[in-house]
Design a protein around this ligand. Structure first.
Ligand SMILES: Cc1cc2nc3c(=O)[nH]c(=O)nc-3n(C[C@H](O)[C@H](O)[C@H](O)COP(=O)(O)O)c2cc1C
Length: 140
């Protein structure tokens, strides 16, 4: 079982989570500008909501790299909304990629809202979440 991390960020909130996961798992975290160079069993994909949708760059990454992705597990930040499955599944369903049942979400700073988020505790929680998913996919 192999895994990769990709993320999209505008102000660094989701990148913070991606880097925490990378530090704890030794799986390199790169932005969605970096295509997958080999097939992955699980892609941890970090993204956020902007005007009730995920960015086009995230959708394009999924479509462009679909041949190399077996499953996507989502993590992300936002100011109000939670699950990103709805906009993501519109894309993954079209190209036949499964989206893991599990998803990590926390608040991200947006102007005066949620200052300091994601914080240390959010980073700890996303690491725990990722380790649990990895253990499960490894049959542990
Ligand atoms: C232009 C813009 C639009 C946003 N729209 C939403 C939204 O519709 N729903 C929501 O919950 N958060 C919204 N947010 C808040 C972001 O999802 C939140 O700040 C997130 O943590 C940003 O992550 P990033 O720094 O990784 O880009 C918006 C932020 C921006 C800048």
């Amino acid at each position: 079982m192999n895994a990769a991390i990709r993320y999209y960020t505008r102000s660094g909130n989701t990148e913070k989570l991606a880097m925490a996961i990378a530090d704890a798992t030794d799986i390199p975290a790169n932005s969605v500008d970096e295509p997958l160079s080999e097939p992955v069993d699980v892609l941890f994909l970090g993204c956020s909501y902007y005007a009730f949708d995920v960015d086009e760059a995230v959708k394009k990454f999924i479509t462009d790299n679909c041949a190399n992705i077996k499953e996507i597990v989502l993590f992300g930040t936002s100011a109000m909304m939670r699950s990103m499955k709805k906009p993501i599944k519109k894309v993954t369903d079209a190209v036949g990629i499964s989206v893991g049942e599990e998803e990590f979400h926390c608040r991200g700073t947006f102007g005066a809202l949620h200052k300091g988020r994601p914080n240390q505790s959010d980073c700890k929680n996303v690491v725990e979440f990722t380790k649990k998913v990895l253990a499960k996919r490894n049959g542990l």
